[in-house]
Design a protein around this ligand. Structure first.
Ligand code: SAM
Length: 233
């Protein structure tokens, strides 16, 4: 999350439903602002991780993207890879974000991508359905209680040898950030230790590799935790 100016921090709501509303409503309202900001950003770390993942996939591999946002650059990279023959399900809770993504990645050009507007904590898939699950800059929007359950479900959905790739903030905090891209945004990051502990507890079948990467977000450097986790055979 971009911290160009010192953010004004508000206390998060007690209620989980209100936390979810803040996120979904916020991303509906800031959809175009976020899209333009994201399009203009340089993202060497993200692209390197995504490329590493693409190198391990092949035509016909199934990929789930959680929190696809406006679809650039990540959904688009996935959609174009392997001669447009990955089978992608891209999920986002915000209707406006999904609309933008659908405008960029049109069905007639990319029949290999299916968009789903849904809360990722409420969707279901068969066991061992996906070769990879990816999620960029989204994990920290989930209420804490949901993060463990989410890790458990993703592990079930992955095939043996399948890969979970996601990033999150390296700082542990639960806040509402006032006027982030013009909206009040709920963030709940467990930080490095919290996230790794959570994976140990809820995703024991995953072999987890972690890396902290400093990145330029706006005018500032920020540290993000990157998780590359492989489901044991
Ligand atoms: C910071 S944006 C990241 C978007 C995209 N991954 C990217 O990196 O550009 C976070 C996205 O996660 C989505 N999101 C947040 N909580 C979600 C949830 N519970 N289920 C599905 N999507 C969610 C938001 O609507 C938003 O589009």
């Amino acid at each position: 999350m971009s911290r160009n100016a010192a953010p004004i921090i508000l206390r998060p709501p007690e209620d989980d439903i209100e936390k979810r509303h803040l996120v979904a409503r916020g991303y509906d309202q800031c959809a175009v602002t976020y899209f333009n900001w994201q399009r203009a950003r340089k993202m060497p770390t993200e692209e390197a991780y995504l490329q590493k993942l693409l190198n391990r996939l092949k035509q016909g591999s199934r990929v789930l993207e959680l929190g696809c946002g406006p679809g650039v650059p990540f959904t688009k990279m996935l959609a174009e890879a392997h001669e447009r023959k990955l089978e992608i399900v891209a999920v986002d809770v915000s209707a406006s974000q999904v609309n933008l993504a659908q405008q960029t990645i049109q069905k007639n050009e990319f029949p290999n991508v299916k968009f789903v507007r849904a809360d990722m904590t409420e969707i279901g898939f068969n066991r061992m359905h996906f070769d990879a699950v990816v999620s960029f800059y989204t994990w920290f929007h989930l209420p804490k209680e949901e993060q463990g359950a989410m890790a458990e479900r993703i592990t079930r959905w992955l095939k043996p040898g399948g890969i979970l790739l996601f990033n999150t903030s390296s700082v542990a905090e639960e806040i509402v950030w006032q006027n982030w891209m013009g909206v009040n945004m709920y963030i709940n990051s467990l930080g490095v230790k919290g996230t790794l502990d959570l994976l140990k507890e809820y995703a024991r079948e995953l072999e987890v590799t972690d890396e902290i990467v400093s990145e330029k977000v706006g005018n500032q450097e920020e540290n993000f935790l990157w998780i590359w986790a492989v489901k044991r055979l």
